[in-house]
Design a protein. Structure first.
Length: 233
């Protein structure tokens, strides 16, 4: 029985060697592909951890929900260099409603660099009087910049005003209220220090206390009934 097995192995030795070699080769190829994929993913992760990532968006101004700020922010962990922004589309605004983005200095002249987590924020517009006109409109902006390796990076953003539709706010902004109250306190203090308003102060010093004590003793010695009653109690 054993001899038969040995003879069979010897007879198909070349075939068995070929099959074994095939599986070893396939295993090597699969291992190489996995190693390459892992290396690629590691490079991408490293790049994502060191590259800048610019984004632009609109947000409510602290003064109220009818006012919007325009924000440029580097949410990445690397410096962004030679930042250039192009406004492709935006609604027409009147001066009383705000500033056209294409007229902003950061749009016209760009930025030399934006540090990681740096945010540039400016007042943009008011919905008052033009809500129906712009609520279904949008802004389109393209951004080009470079990373530390001087590689060009480009982004394209569409910002829809519809995201601000039918938003309500209860009460006022707490920070705004604190600021207003602080301004009132500052104005009142300023009036007092400048002499515009004066505080009435009654001074009760040691001499006044001694004088009151003597008057009380004198009234007691004169048998003043009100003083006697107090002393009795």
């Amino acid at each position: 029985m054993i001899n038969d097995i040995v003879n069979t192995v010897n007879q198909y030795e070349k075939l068995i060697t070929l099959i074994f070699t095939f599986f070893v080769t396939m295993s090597t190829v699969v291992y190489a592909l996995l190693t390459r994929k892992l290396t690629t993913e590691t490079i991408k992760m490293r790049k994502a951890q060191t590259d800048p990532k610019l984004t632009v968006y609109l947000k409510h101004n602290d003064a109220g929900i009818h006012f919007l700020n325009f924000v440029v922010e580097n949410i990445g962990t690397g410096q962004a260099y030679d930042v250039k922004m192009t406004v492709i589309k935006e609604p027409e605004l009147k001066k009383k409603n705000g500033n056209m983005l294409k007229e902003l200095g950061i749009i016209q002249h760009g930025l030399k660099h934006i540090a990681p987590r740096q945010k540039i924020e400016t007042w943009y517009m008011s919905f008052i009087g033009i809500y129906e006109q712009v609520i279904n409109d949008s802004i389109e902006i393209s951004i080009e910049y470079k990373n530390d390796s001087k590689e060009n990076i480009s982004e394209y953003f569409i910002i829809n005003f519809s995201q601000f539709g039918n938003i309500n706010q209860l009460g006022g902004n707490p920070i705004q209220k604190i600021a207003q109250n602080m301004e009132k306190i500052e104005r009142n203090i300023s009036k007092i220090t400048s002499g515009w308003n004066r505080i009435k102060v009654d001074v009760y010093d040691t001499e006044d206390r001694e004088r009151s004590q003597k008057e009380l003793e004198q009234r007691f010695n004169n048998n003043d009934e009100s003083v006697v009653k107090i002393k009795d109690e």
